[in-house]
Write a protein that binds this ligand. Sequence first.
Ligand SMILES: [Zn+2]
Length: 657
Amino acid sequence: MRGGFGIIDRPTKQEQLVSSGMRFAWSLVALVGASVINTGRPLGAQTARPTTDTLYMPRTIKAAYGKGTRSFDGRPGATYWQNRARYTMTITVAPPARSIRGTEEIVYANNSPDTLRIVVIKLFLNIHKPGAPRANGSPEEYLTSGVQIDRFAVNGASQPWNADAPVFTWRHVQLPTPLAPKDSVRLTFDWRYDISRLSNREGMLDPTTFYLAYFYPRVAVYDDSDGWDTMDFMDAQEFYSDFNDYEVAVTVPANYVVWGTGTLLNPSDVLQPAILQRFNQSLTSDTTIRIATRADVSSRSVTRQSENTWRFRATNISDMAFNLSNHYVWDGGSVVVDTVSRRRASVQAAYNDTASDYRNMVRYGRHALDWLSRNWPGVPYPYEKTTVVQGPAGMEYPMMANDESYPDTVFSRFVAEHEIAHTFFPFYMGINESRYAFMDEGWATTFEYLIGSVDLGTEAASAAFKQFRVGSWANARSPLEDLPIITPADALASFAYGDNAYGKAALGYLALKDMLGDNAFRAGLHEFMNRWHGKHPLPWDMFNTFNNVTGQNLNWFWDAWYFRNGYIDLGIASAQKAGNGYSVAIDNVGGMPSPVDIEAHFADGTTQRFHQTAGIWAADRRRAVVTIPTGKSVQSLSLDGGIWMDANPANNSWTQR
Ligand SMILES: [Zn+2]
């Protein structure tokens, strides 16, 4: 979730949400003085239908389409390619010592048509080095000496590693021999780092609980549109990773349990028989099994009493993360995620026994997997498990989440559902989240709202959504907040990033769902997922697929919602009796094509709502004239956008004179 804005001087997610609410209240006060009188001038006549037959496309991406790697109907092109690698790692950790050591072999395959003379290596945790560029300031406890590379070799031959180079979270490495198309190269590293004492997305959760994420040297993505990904990791943007295969062995002292991405290959080597039995039972259980209780942990009867090596394997996945602790308790359960094959997925939770909300976490996780698999996105959960670990981050990794404990269990469930929804976007779909966060957070926020509507009821879910996800933008106080959603996310910060990635993007997807209807929307979403999962779709691939599958040119909608500066402000320009009802002219002052309810207040004291989808803006983005069919006499009309919060309610009503 980028929970927020995570650590330290950044507000936590919850604080950010609260502050959004506060901004909401303040801005309502401000709006009273700033109300705009709608003059009813014919905006539609001034602004002819914009030319939106084609969407803006950056030059680098146009070139990719030109080379046939992507197709204008939204499919991967005939010459689509992506690179991949096989990672084999051994990791040694012995808390409370902070040093983490790894040896690693990467066999990197070049499927591109290009001869690669360099490879770009990402060293994310160099963000902890003094002087590294960061989205936010950091206190002393955050700083470390970064990742030390003790040995680096290419195809077995040691190569110099210049540790003094003035780069931080990535660097390019010259290959002794260029890597030809269809060939592969073997890179080996011996590395170590001291885990940060201050944790957020990774780090020490406590002196004997370590969360390992972003931690191993890796090859950056080399793709058809941008070449090597040389974006600095600033602890704001999150992921862009190839789909790789991993074998990871994590060696820890006795009594430490390791939770991580992928299949635990050797549970019988590392667990005591009684714990092993409960673990195995949890894999087919529909209820929560307490795999390792506080009593088990206290009596040191969880792991075999020697140094243990925990072995994990994951294939075709974009990242690996681990948590290890000698005192977290461990719950597990499972749920059928594929009704056809009856495939089950495991849901596990690891937490301090004092975190009472976490006692429900397996249940929340089972519910999330079940609901997301069957409803929205309505694609079976694609992995074998998920593990939610108590930490401070509100942060997703493949098959792992690092979520805070909250006194309010509704909020705990909300955060778990959001992070688990990320399984689909970005992980399953291979989204370049670091540049197009709206295809990651936007979808997770969409699913979060839809599952919340079932959990809490639409009214409560909508109220929370308005407060947490929309209010900040509706009452924006900075021009940054109206930047187009397509703006590369690495150019955004703070609320500009938050609005574009989360609320604005989700409102667009939900407006599309409302306009197309569930069946057409689902068809577009499923075909997009079907075409691109395990690949690297760009926004244009998503837009083009929806156009292609629905048979509609939706570019007017994509353009207005995702490519333009704008906000939501609709106003009633005029209304008059016409035929068997009333003709109502609505101006789109803010520019976003949003749905709206027209509420009619009749002379007989009754009211009725007439829902209008965003489709009313298809012909003219600035002025829509709609008819509300009624035989009754209307006294007044008002507009209610619901979750599509109107930035200026002052022009939302009309009264019969
Ligand atoms: Zn998220």
